[in-house]
Design a binder for this molecule. Sequence first.
Ligand code: SF4
Length: 407
Amino acid sequence: MLKPPRSAYIHIPFCHRRCFYCDFAIIPLGDNADSNGGVGSKTINDYLFFLKKEILSIKHKSPLSTIYIGGGTPSILNPNQIKDLIDIFKLNYGIDNGAEITMEVDPASFNENDLFGFIKAGVNRFSLGGQSFNNNLLEKAGRRHTFEDLENSCDWLQKAYSERLIRSWSLDLIQDLPSSNLDLWAIDLEKALTFKPPHISIYDLNIEDGTVFQRMIEIGKIALLNDEESFQNSKLTNSILRKSGFSRYEISNYSIPGHQSRHNRVYWKGIGWWSFGQGSTSAPWGIKFTRPRISQDYKQWVTSQCDEGLEYSLVNKSIPYLDLDEKIMLGMRLKEGVNLKRLFIEQGWDEEKTKTYLNQLLDTWKDFRENGILCNEGDRFFLSDPIGMDLSNQVLINMFRWWENIS
Ligand code: SF4
């Protein structure tokens, strides 16, 4: 029998407003939202009631080694609300000594007192959504925070880290925001490094359907960086962070030794995880289940899950992971890559089938292997860094084509 997951994601869907590039399952509460009895607090408390109900509805509980409170903007919640959530896990699941408990924070929605409160509640790792230190770029991306907010947040986190109040913290940046360029990006990176974050996530901008950015591109109001400009930014990221002692352990993630995100590795490795909250996806035993994105539907689903004991997300079946293509895709994001043969065998394929499909896949990757984009050590395949990681999409597109042909 498979063991219950040891990692849990909690989705807090509230934000003050929607950033221009965001299509997440969020509820914008307005710039004056205040969880301490002010604007939006009823909506927040109502959601937390159902969220806790869902967390408690799980029957097969096991102590957790990672918890990730993400969103949305979890720092809209006050420290007591965060403490309540962590305590529910402590009392009902158990939390390992030394567990990693991460919380996403937004520079415009917390202060140093809140930070101490979150730490007291049990959070020991923070992920700060900085995106840029440039006020013009932040404003054009619809972010609510300013350069000054981000500087203050970095200072508080750096201080808490140096005083060993927290185990680690991470800074998120976007490397190809519209109106940016190589010089501005270099300034952003250098500025980020002055705060010595032990972990940095560098994201590429994706234009999602229905976002303000998509509309602005359509009407010619903003222009995206071209492929060459994005590539140069990415090259610069690599060289600056590498020189500063960071290792790129995943396509978008860099850390100094000992500071990789343990929780995110669970996703990339395809190990099972719980997930709670509207729009979030759990995969306890490789079987994914996404909760409704709309509040009303989510609440109804929680009620039915509790009343009928459906436990959709918890079906304990000993079957192979269904999404092999996704497992390869996530594994290839990691520096160490994936052992393809092992994955195929886990899929239940016999030796002959494994050999045939592996040869077919390697055939579609022939050019990438010859050009040093894709490397291998035995059956473990990984992208070279930086070229392979920067061109990962092309390698993965070929893999998806292979997968479509055989499945
Ligand atoms: S703060 Fe994050 S989750 Fe909220 S709208 Fe902006 S990008 Fe989306």
